[in-house]
Design a protein around this ligand. Structure first.
Ligand SMILES: [Zn+2]
Length: 297
């Protein structure tokens, strides 16, 4: 097939990041000078939002990866390491999500790095797509924050309890949103392996991924794409789902060949701008569930 050969010429990289490059503008938060004091640096915007919900006003929490930037492909800059070292705590999703950490051991020597999620061997590090997993991680977060601000431990515990209730309500909302979607339509096809935990939580079957694996950095093989096309036809899955910042070139080519839709407005890897549809972690999952439900009904 000609289109398979053509795909080899497309890069898998995401479009260049935009936004205020020189400022540490938190995705979903107020613009903030990168020189402002930070108690905690969180790698991604959705993590920073979760941390802020527990920390309240007691700690200043910054976001490392800039808005609309793919955390999978992020390359930390010297100024990032300076920010992390100036803070008391660096919080990451963990479980291999931040690939750049693998070569950053030297630069992060002496830094207290806390992974919010633990690797379960599933190969998909997007654990936050199941809000119950995020709720289960709040205890570890309270412990980490209490270590750097022991006097505020009761506040952090109370905030975490309130936020866990909000996450439980989110889980209930998502379940009721999908209640009318019959099991044979609960099919997901994603650009990379990003919704495995969401699928397991809400009774979806993942038909396949356009890119192999759980990162956006890998390129598909002709054989892999050929198998994907036949899986799309056999399953009847109607759409390919992408994070809003992902490069959609290959997905669009596959969609055109398979005659399915491409849905490009999920917020999986980060929050939207404050005025966007998913300015918080909870809003991300509410938005994604709505988009998925609408595309599959
Ligand atoms: Zn991802």
């Amino acid at each position: 097939m000609l289109f398979l050969a053509t795909l080899a010429f497309f890069s898998c990289s995401r479009p260049a990041a935009f936004g205020a490059a020189g400022l540490g503008q938190a995705r979903g938060g107020a613009p903030r000078s990168s020189t402002a004091h930070e108690d905690v640096v969180a790698a991604e915007s959705f993590l920073a939002d979760i941390v802020r919900n527990v920390a309240g006003d007691r700690l200043v929490v910054g976001t490392l990866v800039p808005p609309e930037t793919d955390p999978h492909e992020y390359q930390a800059r010297p100024s990032d390491f300076a920010r992390i070292k100036d803070a008391k705590l660096f919080i990451v999703a963990g479980a291999g999500y931040e690939a750049w950490l693998q070569s950053a051991a030297g630069a992060l020597e002496g830094v207290d790095v806390v992974s919010l999620f633990k690797d379960d061997g599933s190969g998909d590090p997007h654990f936050w797509t199941d809000p119950r997993t995020s709720a289960a991680a709040l205890g570890g977060l309270v412990a980490a924050l209490s270590k750097i601000a022991p006097d505020a431990a009761p506040l952090f515990e109370a905030n975490a309890k309130r936020y866990a209730a909000e996450l439980a309500a989110l889980d209930t909302r998502i379940r009721s949103r999908f209640a009318s979607l019959s099991p044979d339509r609960r099919l997901l096809l994603t650009n990379h392996d990003a919704l495995g935990h969401f699928a397991a939580a809400y009774g979806f079957k993942v038909i396949g991924t356009v890119l192999p694996g759980s990162s956006t950095e890998a390129a598909p093989s002709a054989k892999g794409l050929s198998e994907l096309l036949s899986a799309i036809k056999t399953s009847g899955v109607p759409a390919i789902f992408l994070d809003v910042g992902e490069n959609k070139t290959i997905a669009e080519t596959v969609a055109s060949e398979a005659k399915v839709r491409v849905v490009t407005d999920l917020y999986i890897e980060g929050t939207s701008a404050p005025e966007g549809p998913a300015p918080t972690y909870i809003a991300m999952l509410d938005h994604d569930a709505e988009v998925i439900a609408n595309a599959l009904k």
